[in-house]
Design a protein around this ligand. Sequence first.
Ligand code: TLP
Length: 346
Amino acid sequence: MDTIDLRSDTVSHPTAAMREAMAKAELGDDVFHDDPTVNQLEADAAAMLGKEAAVFVTSGTQGNLCALLAHCQRGESIIIGDTSHIFVNEQGGMAQIGGLIPHTAPVQADATMRLDDLEKAVNPDDEHKPVTRLVSLENTHNMAGGVPISAEYTAAVGDFARRNGLILHIDGARIFNAAAAYGVDVKALVADADSVTFCLSKGLCAPVGSVLVGGRDFIRRARRARKALGGSLRQAGVLAAAGLIALHEMTDRLIEDHQNAQLLAEGLSEVPGVRIRSQNTNFIIFSVAPDNELTLDEFVRELRQEYNILMSPYAGEAGVIRLRTHYWIDRRAIAKVVSAVRATLS
Ligand code: TLP
């Protein structure tokens, strides 16, 4: 029986076309800028996001850290959402490695931070305070439940950043999901940003890799940071070949994952005992009625043992499960999940 893995979109495997392209990729030593496939990926990614240059990195975490290291000096402060992935789930690399001081602002249910909270987080020119250098957004927002943020809001934060002499970085791990949700060209969502990290893995299905885009000088500094972090790879074209397919063939289909997430949420909402908390882009967050005989852990275990369906309790809130649809979850899988959940809770 095939596994139906809904724990994250990070579990997605490369497609057959990716595996074939990886086998045939032209290679070189990327530390010498000699890998034609990596060079192509970086050029195409920069063009697609409307920026001057790009650098291929091993992960979203590495892309975000390279960006912060390239933009900021030790001892400076960055304004960041209190539930942002960079703050909560990247081991505090900005402080641990970069010597940067996070100044958090509350993330609202719609994944935005209030502009007056951002204003309050900018330190005055006072020798007691670290210099505020950068503000970071996350689109789509993971802990908010896959909520996309709009071009208009991003432009307002861009305006705030310019008024205060700050750099704007976007953790756009799933920026193409946001573009699909708003039906806009991804350029519109990042026009105001000085840098953006986005992931080729996750919904776009490449096995490894993210891309950091921005201005030419910034990318030169980010390449230096990547080297110091041990992330400069040699014949990385085997990975970039899958990344090129992710970029050119997988972004336009993400809307199908969103439609499937909606279908799954509708199906689950009809199961007695299930309460859908939210459904945005490819995310679903739901809870199981507390008066049910099964604990959440037992519910998850039974789905795995009896039906080969993988879900994981949500770290952000007790009693809650968070699912993500992706390329390998089709309508047949969704029907199976709904009937397995119904049988498990009956
Ligand atoms: N998120 C993972 C886990 O780390 C939680 C997931 O399963 O969603 N930014 C955002 C918004 C992310 O969601 C993630 C991964 C990253 C950055 C980091 O990407 P990787 O895992 O490639 O370092």
